[in-house]
Write a protein that binds this ligand. Sequence first.
Ligand code: ZN
Length: 680
Amino acid sequence: MFVLAASTLATSCGTQKEKEETEFQYNDERFADLQMLRYRVEGFDNLSLRQKKLVYYLSEAALSGRDILWDQNGRFNLRIRQMLETVYTDYEGDRESEDFKAFTVYLKRVWFSNGIHHHYGSEKFLPGFSEEFLQQALQNVDASKLPLTEGQTLEQLCAEIFPVIFDPTVMPKRTNQADGQDLVLTSAANYYGEGVTQKEAEDFYLRMKEADPDPEHPIMFGMNSRLVKENGQLKEKVWRSGGLYGAAIDRIIFWLEKAKTVAENDKQVAVIDKLIEYYRTGDLHTFDDYTILWVQDTEGDVDFTNGFTESYGDPLGMKASWEGLSNFKDKEATERTKKLSANAQWFEDHSPVDARFKKQNCKGITAKVIVAAILGGDLYPSTAIGINLPNSNWVRAEHGSKSVTIGNLTDAYNKAARGNGFQEEFVIDQATRQMIDKYGDVCDDLHTDLHECLGHGSGKLLPGVDPDSLKAYGSAIEEARADLFGLYYLADPKLTELRLTPDAEAYKSQYYTYMMNGLMTQLVRIEAGNTIEEAHMRNRALIAHWVLERAADGSATPAVQLVKQNGKTYVQINDYPALRNLFGQLLAEIQRVKSEGDFEAARQLIETYAVNVDPVLHQEILQRYKALDLAPYKGFINPEYIVTEDEDGNITDIQIRYGEAYDQQMLRYSRDYKTLPFIN
Ligand code: ZN
């Protein structure tokens, strides 16, 4: 599970964190609704050469699975990428023409989304150039560079691919979450073969679960395979060496083998070994063993995520997209999260949820702040700022979990957002803005820590409850649970006692920005007329709207309300402690829903509070946001690692280089990390 940058604003200022600024450019180019940023790998130079090598090998492993994600996001994506990139590099017509400019924007969007659907909303975005333009451009490039199948002509290729690019009715959603539709048949994501229905997929995995000899320790059923129908029979095509995506996985294994030779300790060697074994076999029991070892590996500085991890892209929430991340510990900032994990049991005991749903023994919760060194797969270029793994409920309960807050990315978001006018437009008054200036950065980081380290790790399922029983609503409910845990405790005196918040007022900044985001400003990410689909956005809308409604219940001065000033809508908070109470009440209910697997209640909550958008308010927010001329989504360009070798090929030094242009990075990745055939 992960947390995204909570707000589009990424509140700024924070005098506490003011550092000597060099000329580093956090903001890079902008196109469509996207802003490219850069992050600094602070502290890399202080690592030993051996650690630098480890980071480097893990970074190569993190980049080597790129093609997997592209294919998971849609079965035409790899071919489309090849067609577009060939035109981009070889086009000899007028590169200043409107068509070519629109083409460039489209390609950059495809790169950003790792496919043709919006990375966040998952709807297909349409090109601003014509079919004729692309057809002509393709006719004028070297045909050997195009992804033609055996005996296929260019005309046939265009006939096959163009509807996928241009026709809005073909594969319109990557991950469809609309209640009442067949979510599998109507989703373009490549997790289910052609013709597989939602009912068939659900029954298939239900039968598997019913046959499980050890239901107390279920594997993550279906997590690492595509479910296909062959001759009328359903079967899984497993993603492993020698199986589906085998060529990419072999490349990942190659780099993991190298990483093993410079691991920091024996535990790390064992972790990497087990991951390789899992990649070779595709066995999900081995995967559980791997995650247990990974959770226990806490001594080294360098760490990684590599594999099929998050299931947000599967409409049924089972199949995991591939992602990679290499990182090392930010020791100073980690002192902060250590305080939380050391007190995990206290937080569990004092939470407002029913005692039946609490963990008696919070085991193995570890948390740290890390410096990201490379982002790959589903973490690139749009990324998480916090990650909590593993996702298996029983592994978390019996062996604990590892939480990370990615400090150098939040820092980059904050720095890039300085002075962009967002707060002046949407925050109700000067006093509230000053409060956010003063406490915003600290509380944002802390909320992420609480969400990841304690929120996801808290609570338990009642015996016999299927972890997947909330189905398509599971992700949003789980995110709401973690967010609420964080919101509730941000206001607790315990945090001031632990010296995590500077004083008893600090939490108010997060309460304000959270409500503002959930009720208003996150809507800038939604096109007029659309509903909310992404799990983290649904979670925020759910919390904010539920609380708003409860606050209004028979109260003359509600704890929180929407008010109008000069024709503009603002969030006004009248009673912060009462707001905390409401967060606590909702946390108790959400935990009950999760612990009991109450699907109907989950459906009610989500469909009532988290999906629909008030069209009038939406219009207003979009207009106000448009006037600021900001991009609602952000993503990161990776740094480059420049390796120096001696005559014998031994690495003698590794340096970081910033400044590679986004298109150059994308073309380089397509060249150096092309691992899969066009059709998988
Ligand atoms: Zn989360």
